[in-house]
Design a protein around this ligand. Structure first.
Ligand code: MBD
Ligand code: FE
Length: 284
């Protein structure tokens, strides 16, 4: 029924938590590879920053207990990946990519899944019959910083559907819907047919949603395509592309919009919008 197929915060949070534990632990997280002196410095400064806030704002026991129960509920909902990627990852990404000369990137977010079906350079992302949404032809080229075409580049794409839902994190959607690994041609070019995603509202029925409501914030991200672009001998680029005119470009809840990342799709006279974007990868 409609109700049992509804995406809930607890269900998508649990999937995102499991996904993270599967793919990312052992690569420096949580403590692997971070030495004691570094942990000491960072943990001490974070804890001290919390003390400063408590003193500056005269935080009460009532407020302390609200915080404590909220932090417990974030874990119970499985929403730590969502919380961290929405409110923390953008600063990490900024630090990590500050020295790049190639294309700007932005945060990965909680919904990347490795191993999407491989597709040729001219392709259509896996989608349901009659997938709703405005058709989008997304094309471009991958080059290095001196303009040389990168043959054999890989363009991994993932996106929400026209209801703002991601396959594998909401029920009732085929496993690889709107997810694909596109192999570019021998000049690094690609032309991918998809649909324009809908703006994304982070779940309102979980802990992150309760924080947003309690603080009087909003839960919206502008519509976006997620991409990871990689090629041998080059730094992989994790990015997102947005659509000009979207109401939430200027106030993304995840602070992940940059002016370089906004597409301006135009009707191509054949029933689709068309947008071009070229990716420039830094050498390793
Ligand atoms: C998303 O789709 C997303 O891209 C981010 C960064 C956070 C939550 C949901
Ligand atoms: Fe997203």
């Amino acid at each position: 029924s409609e109700t049992t197929l509804k995406a809930t915060a607890a269900a998508s949070g649990a999937s995102a938590t499991e996904r993270f534990l599967t793919d990312k632990t052992g690569t420096g997280t949580p403590a692997g590879g971070v030495d004691a002196e570094r942990v000491n410095t960072l943990a001490t400064e974070v804890i001290t920053a919390v003390h400063d806030v408590i003193r500056r704002h005269q935080v009460t026991y009532e407020e302390y207990n609200v915080l404590k129960s909220w932090l417990i509920s974030v874990g119970q909902d499985g929403e730590w990946p969502l919380f961290l990627d929405v409110w923390v990852e953008h600063a990490v990404e900024e630090v990590a990519t500050a020295v790049r000369k190639g294309s700007k990137g932005t945060i990965e977010g909680p919904y990347y899944v490795p191993g999407a079906p491989t597709l040729p350079s001219v392709c259509t992302l896996p989608m349901r019959d009659g997938e709703s949404g405005t058709p989008l032809l997304f094309r471009g080229q991958v080059t290095g910083v001196t303009g040389e075409p990168l043959a054999g580049a890989l363009l991994e794409m993932w996106q929400a559907d026209d209801e703002g839902l991601y396959a594998q994190f909401a029920p009732g959607i085929p496993e690889w819907n709107l997810r694909g690994s596109v192999a570019t041609d021998d000049e690094g070019r690609f032309a991918v047919t998809t649909i324009q995603p809908a703006p994304y509202q982070i779940p309102t029925d979980g802990s992150c949603g309760r924080l947003i409501a309690a603080a009087g914030w909003h839960a919206w991200r502008p519509a976006h395509l997620h991409l990871k672009v990689s090629a041998p001998g080059h730094e992989p680029l994790t990015t997102q592309l947005y659509f000009t005119g979207d109401t939430h470009i200027a106030d993304d809840v995840a602070s992940a919009v940059k002016p370089e990342l906004v597409l301006d799709p135009r009707p191509n006279g054949r029933g689709a919008n068309e947008a071009t974007y070229d990716f420039v990868l830094d050498p390793t």
